[in-house]
Design a protein around this ligand. Structure first.
Ligand code: ADP
Length: 394
């Protein structure tokens, strides 16, 4: 490895990690700790084709990261011997300030903390990972890479909401967008697959995981995306509603007396496919739909219809697209969702090749399709490592 980077994605009770070569960018080791703080935490460490599981109580993120260091010592090369150039952290919200990766110091740490009210579920957990890694690896640069950064190029016509000026100026209310590292990586790969420079093509990326968003990428720059101030807006997701009439919130508050925190939780954690189909996992929804479950069938239709509307509107926003790329757990694996999302877009130049779609791509449109449709596995950790290596060399 010429530029090994330890990439950390720290959640409220989990830490995902990968040792990635920022140059290639390929991972040699990866792992995940779940249930931090519970009586039994689970560490799964993957190295050289083998998976090692360890169950023990890990009280907090500091204990978790120490367990990660121990796992590297036990299996393969200890981290100290890898020539690590940095620890890179995925940070969900960078606000208007962080539009590039940045080396973390005390001031950056405070700024990320200040952004927590825009991403209360994510930034505090990301920050915890940064804090414990700074203590554990005091001599290594810690780099923060922001999910919002790729969307900093979205013009005002797409990032401003038509709301009172003070909301924007004093409270940061605007569209930020998320999944930026994934949209950046996949749109670049899509251009590569077309054999053209990213600067010469327009690509629509549909990142469909538990969280999901669509982005319009014009000549390498994000010009619109479906998530907004928070990751709640846009597509129907595992447990999030996506777009709704905002007045539904006031209506439900007035009718039921539910607090705004309750309504926030209802829209973020109890809506989406969970509410429509009774399951979060798309595989379970598809199984139920095939078995004749009407609610699951309707849920799938709604899920695909919302994606189709976004793709259609982004073809218009871009004035024409060269490629549409599907990525993340559902985008990479569900031929049914891809077909459902593209079904009626023939008139807009999308000709799906059913056999290629069933086989999973990478190209799933017919050779004469004006818009090339692709399946491209995302690599968020690889992109974070690549950006980190580039930053440290600049
Ligand atoms: P996250 O947003 O948590 O990173 P992922 O990108 O891993 O999520 O995507 C998780 C989603 O991918 C789940 O809803 C899961 O059901 C779905 N998924 C994974 N494999 C398949 C498959 N073969 N068919 C349909 N959906 C799948």
């Amino acid at each position: 490895m010429s530029a090994p980077v330890l990439v950390i994605n720290s959640g409220s009770s989990s830490i995902k990690y990968q040792l990635v070569d920022g140059d290639t960018p390929e991972a040699s080791t990866s792992g995940l700790i779940e249930r931090i703080g519970q009586s039994e935490s689970i560490l799964t460490h993957r190295h050289a084709g083998e998976e090692h599981e360890r169950r023990e109580h890990l009280a907090d993120h500091a204990a978790g990261l120490e367990a990660v260091v121990a796992a590297f010592e036990e299996h393969g090369t200890p981290l100290g011997g890898t020539g690590l150039i940095a620890v890179a952290h995925r940070v969900v919200h960078g606000g208007e300030r962080f539009v590039q990766p940045v080396v973390v110091d005390d001031e950056v740490e405070r700024a990320v903390e200040d952004l927590s009210d825009l991403a209360p579920l994510h930034n505090p957990a990301n920050l915890e990972g940064i804090r414990v890694a700074r203590k554990l690896f005091p001599r290594l640069p810690q780099v923060a890479v922001f999910d919002t950064a790729f969307h900093a190029t979205i013009p005002e016509r797409a990032h401003l909401y038509a709301v009172p000026t003070a909301w924007r100026e004093e409270h940061g209310v605007r569209r930020y967008g998320f999944h930026g590292t994934s949209h950046a990586y996949v749109s670049r790969k899509a251009a590569e697959l077309l054999g053209r420079s990213p600067k010469a093509v327009n690509v629509i990326v549909a990142h469909l995981g538990n969280g999901a968003s669509v982005t319009a990428v014009e000549r390498g720059r994000s010009i619109d995306t479906s998530m907004g101030l928070t990751p709640l807006e846009g597509l129907v997701m595992g447990t999030r509603s996506g777009d709704i009439d905002p007045a539904i919130v006031f209506h439900m508050h007035r009718r039921t007396g539910a607090s705004f925190d309750d309504l926030d939780a209802a829209l973020n954690k109890e809506s989406g496919m969970l509410a429509l189909a009774g399951a979060i996992d798309m595989r379970a929804v598809e199984r139920a739909a095939r078995g004749g479950d009407r609610a699951a069938q309707t849920a799938l239709e709604i899920y695909c219809y919302r994606i189709r509307k976004y793709i259609g509107s982004y073809i218009a926003a871009l004035g024409g697209a060269d490629a549409i790329a599907f990525t993340a757990g559902i985008g990479e694996n569900s031929a049914e969702v891809r077909a459902g999302a593209l079904g009626s877009l023939v008139a807009l130049g999308v000709h799906l090749d059913e056999a290629a779609n069933a086989a999973g791509g990478p190209v799933i449109s017919t050779p004469d399709s004006p818009i090339t449709v692709m399946v491209i596995p995302t690599n968020e950790e690889g992109e974070i490592a690549r950006q980190t290596a580039n930053l440290l060399r600049s």
